[in-house]
Ligand binder design. Structure first.
Ligand code: ADP
Ligand code: XPO
Ligand code: MG
Length: 557
């Protein structure tokens, strides 16, 4: 059994009503899903947010990770627990895990060791059904498109220009490109189609950026699914799909409340990936947390070149949020990878490789400062890390005037992140943050892509084919010129080349396509070979996930 699962299963959980009461959520506002999970009623969310927000907002991001991940979720939990341990009222806001990585490479997303949200099995699997609801809403819209064409196509949809794709919460490369409606006239008009993993769906993005149920339905209605032969956009509202989609999502939109192993309240809600989507939990949960607590600690996915940039330039911009501090999670193993060490050798001491790999961390530190957020580095300690390697990181960061705090929350729980909690509180109390997004709304979409590429990825240039530039111009002509950009890119490198470790320079960012997410309110720029439907690895985690004789789950991590 995985250590994470062993620890989670051995824990004594508090009834969720007790966690809620501690967070200032009355019983009447709770919709329990068993003893240890609950949704928080939308009426309570609205009333709680009617008061002035109390809390400060702390973003947890990281360096470019190894495929296993470097511990942002784990550190978000550890920091939240430590803030509560030192007497603050902290809440943790996380994304819900996707079944794709759970049964694929990375495993779950409930943290790890003694810094987890629980019940981890529920959270990592079906949780409260939100992803199934989002999948259903996405696929209802897809079905209504083909059904509209089948019954005469009154809207004049050009079947060659349908951009809406089906979704599934699984890694399945066989579904990336399919042909639907085969089998004769009763099945409709055959056309090319495909599936995205649900965390890349625009329904997920709209769900996570919606301020309330009415806003969600408006966003769903604005989703552009196709165009007519003369280029006129066709929306979900044109198909009269937005109402039924909102019905499917009504219960899901209520934020989920669970707890950490230490009993801290955690809102786990929504779940876009940060390489192919915007990588942040829901605005509903984050804004609720800010009204209920003194500090909200929230994670954005993958490295700061992806999740943090999107949290700051998309979520904060669209939701009117202003972060007050930022933690960058680094690990010795990832720094060695960036220093050129092969995955198989990451467990061996190599101080020189750490010193070389620190260039990746240094660039993320420099980038976060561009947003007016002086970061603190959390060095998430793994057992194989040596004193010499740790010292090398701390000395390099000290030379940059940045604190690098050793954290041992995976093995020690809150006690392992108390020093980090005090460092974050020093920044919050000093009111150091002077957040501003990387680019203004008013510049052209292509210039926004260029700004991110140059300022964050340190690209020399961006390669955008004329056909893609024409699409961007069309989006601007349609009134979406002020929208932020969400760059779909590999998580392993600052560049579009997943093998370019460290801090690559002089690279060109190839943008192969762009998608207008009119419902979510941003434009996606797809770079390199990034896929919106991942595939399973040669040996998927699924092969070691099973039930024991008592029907208990094994192999989940
Ligand atoms: N210090 C640590 N020691 C051992 N395993 C860890 C440590 N920190 C995280 N992990 C494990 O690494 C994996 C990724 O952690 P996670 O917090 O999900 O990373 P991220 O959110 O950055 O992807 C999880 O299985 C977690 O249990
Ligand atoms: O979207 C990716 O999130 P993690 O970095 O937490 O795996
Ligand atoms: Mg995570």
């Amino acid at each position: 059994m995985s250590i994470d699962l062993e620890i989670a299963r051995a824990a004594t959980l508090r009834p969720i009503a007790e966690i809620a009461a501690k967070a200032g959520i009355p019983d009447a506002a709770l919709e329990p899903y068993g003893k240890y999970k609950a949704k928080i009623g939308l009426d309570f969310v609205a009333s709680a947010r009617a008061d002035r927000p109390r809390g400060k907002l702390v973003l947890v991001t990281g360096i470019n990770p190894t495929p296993a991940g470097e511990g942002k979720t784990t550190t978000t939990v550890g920091l939240g627990d430590a803030l509560n341990h030192i007497g603050k009222r902290a809440m943790i806001c996380l994304r819900e895990p996707s079944l794709g990585p759970c049964f694929g490479v990375k495993g779950g997303a409930a943290g790890g060791g003694h810094a987890q949200v629980v019940p981890m099995e529920d959270i990592n699997l079906h949780f409260t059904g939100d992803f199934h609801a989002i999948t259903a809403a996405n696929n209802l819209l897809a079905a209504m498109i083909d059904n509209h064409i089948y019954w005469g196509n009154a809207l004049g949809i050009d079947a060659r220009r349908i951009t809406w794709r089906r979704a599934l919460d699984m890694n399945d490369r066989a579904l990336r490109s399919v042909v639907g409606s085969l089998g004769g006239t009763a099945n409709g008009f055959p056309r090319e189609d495909g599936f995205d993993i649900v965390v890349a769906s625009e329904v997920m993005a709209a769900f996570c950026l919606a301020h309330d149920l009415a806003d969600l339905q408006r966003r769903l209605g604005r989703i552009i699914v196709a165009s007519t032969r003369d280029g006129k956009p066709v929306t979900a509202a044109d198909l009269k799909a937005d109402g039924a989609m909102a019905v499917l999502l009504r219960d899901a939109l209520a934020p989920n409340l669970v707890q950490t192993l230490a009993g801290s309240p955690a809102l786990v809600h929504g779940g876009p990936f940060a390489n192919i989507a915007h990588g942040c939990n829901s605005v509903m949960a984050t804004t609720l947390g800010l009204h209920l607590s003194d500090v909200v600690v929230t994670e954005a996915g993958f490295g700061a070149d992806l999740g943090a940039e999107k949290f700051l330039d998309i979520k904060c911009r669209l939701a009117g949020l202003s972060p007050d501090a930022c933690v960058i999670v680094a690990t010795i193993r990832a720094l060695k990878m960036h220093g050129g060490v092969a995955k198989a050798d990451l467990g061996r001491e190599d101080v020189d490789a750490v010193k070389r790999g620190v260039a990746n961390l240094a660039r993320h530190v420099e980038n976060i400062k561009k947003f007016g957020l002086p970061p603190v580095v959390a060095l998430n300690r793994f057992t194989a890390d040596t004193e010499a390697e740790i010292r090398a990181v701390q000395e390099a960061m000290a030379a940059l005037g940045t604190e690098a705090i050793l954290c041992t929350h995976w093995s020690d729980g809150a006690a392992g992140t108390v020093e980090l909690a005090h460092a974050v509180m020093r920044r919050l109390d000093a009111k150091e943050a002077a957040f501003q997004p990387l680019y203004p709304d008013a510049i052209p979409l292509a210039e926004k892509i260029g700004t991110i590429a140059r300022e964050i990825y340190r690209a020399r240039d961006v390669a955008i084919p004329d056909s893609v530039l024409a699409k961007l111009k069309r989006f601007e002509a349609m009134g979406f010129g002020a929208a932020p950009i969400c760059i779909a890119k590999t998580q392993y490198s600052f560049s579009a080349d997943p093998t370019a470790m460290g801090a690559p320079v002089d690279h060109v960012l190839p943008v192969r396509d762009v998608r207008l997410l009119a419902g979510a309110g941003f434009v996606v720029a797809i770079t390199g070979d990034v896929m919106t439907m991942p595939g399973l690895p040669r040996v998927p985690a699924a092969e070691t996930i099973r039930l024991d004789e008592q029907g208990r789950i094994e192999g989940l991590f």
